[in-house]
Design a protein around this ligand. Sequence first.
Ligand code: 5GP
Ligand code: MN
Length: 352
Amino acid sequence: MKFTESLSDTIPPQKVEEIMASIERSEKIVITTHLSPDGDALGSSLALYHYLKNRGLNARIIVPNSFPNFLKWMKGANEIDIYEYNPAAAKHILSNADLIFCLDYNISKRVGDMGTALETSTAKKILIDHHLSPGEDFDVIVSHPGISSTSELIFRLLFQAGKYETLTRAEAECIYCGMMTDTGGFTYNSSDPEIFEIISLLLRKNVDKDAIYSQVFHNYSADRFRLLGFTLSQRMEVYPELHSALIHLTREDQAPFRFSKGDTEGFVNYPLSIKNIIFSTFIREDEGVIKLSFRSQKSFPCNEFAAEFFNGGGHLNASGGEFYGTYQEALNTYSRGLKKYEEKLKEANKEL
Ligand code: 5GP
Ligand code: MN
């Protein structure tokens, strides 16, 4: 195991110690994630869940709402409780917990309606996350915006605590899935050489990385593909002078394609493949809310854009937000935002 010496102690060692000690002291542990949990939220939660279960501890995962089918292959995914399906039961579990992990989100607003139950629980709360600006209502904060994914942080936590030898294949698969999905298959946010040392360590646990890639990215319905074709050919605007592109879908647009959760995951990445486009936006009308996804290249801060105009946030190059108003108002707000960010768009384009 010549690599096992070479990873940095990214998480301050006293925090690793405190977290491991809290785990040992707790009888009821709950792991929570953000709304619409993605591969990283679920991968990090399930990896930690398996670690806790393997130690004979009482642990469960509660997520605010459901998640797409292409993430259901992960071991333990069918044991996850979904708050939205039974809020009373979930509230009960949260209020009786003595330790709550908050994974892959920075503030309790990101868990939607589940936030109140989380805030009122007297459990010790441990945040492990890689988004900017963590909130203050946590007892332990492990926040590393420079790290690829929360799943990588869970790996580092277990590794630093000396648990690599006993890491199971299932834990390694969940961690790999989270790291892979949050970096677009290691195409962004993944230049740190230690990421590949970690991958090497995961492969040594017999993770089949190609099978995981297929489970996640080759698992779509024909309808989803037709919807992608429709979106790119009929609902894409390109603004070459502003190095930006927009794709957008109303509910009416989605209906003929029997839209199901996760179908539009990844759509926002496509316009970035157009030459000289550094900022891509996807506006999608959902039930009672308009959801926005942003992706950018180089220094263009799409999280600032999301925060300023769409009540959102996220990472420098991948962010999201929401809009409560009409579809047309959302489009107008986007146009206004583009004009305001014209200089930054042009500056960032020069870095290409
Ligand atoms: P996606 O476009 O994949 O839904 O989200 C990309 C990233 O944007 C997420 O990892 C998350 O950090 C952030 N994000 C997405 N939606 C929201 C939102 O409504 N509010 C905030 N603050 N961040 C969001
Ligand atoms: Mn993440």
